[in-house]
Design a protein around this ligand. Sequence first.
Ligand SMILES: [Cu+2]
Length: 173
Amino acid sequence: MTMEGDNTMMKRILIASAIAVSLVSATGAPAHDDKNHVKKEELRADDHAAALGKPGDPGKVTRNVVVEMSDAMRFKPASVRVKRGETIRFIVRNTGKVKHEMVLGTIKELKEHAGLMRKFPEMEHADPNQVSVDPGMTGELVWQFTRAGTFDFACLVPGHFEAGMVGKVRVGR
Ligand SMILES: [Cu+2]
């Protein structure tokens, strides 16, 4: 799936992954859903993004940060410092031969999500806090860090998180 993918499809995938994530964290197992569920889970997905900020306005980017992802299962740099309030455009290069992704979150969320990816390896997502990048390609992720603290990012392609493909964002005042 490319970043230019069909909007309706993106929306559907976003909702599906939001449901999947919260169902697993709530009950430990996927369950069936109904229409009301979709609305509720969508809201919850927004809440969890709020822990470290919000999707950034591409017109208000204060700084570009280049991050390289490799088949060594590492991000370079693995640690990024930003000032509170900054809107960062992550320019995310995949120098490897397999797909990688950069997902922003707290380590707890990322762990839960990694477990889900092991159960559903074909799962695709398009949440605003993540970018998937095909081998040899470059993707972008614009994020505004509205809270001070230390946050995490990880590659949630099955096995990659477990292999140590993680990094940190330190948000100072
Ligand atoms: Cu990876």
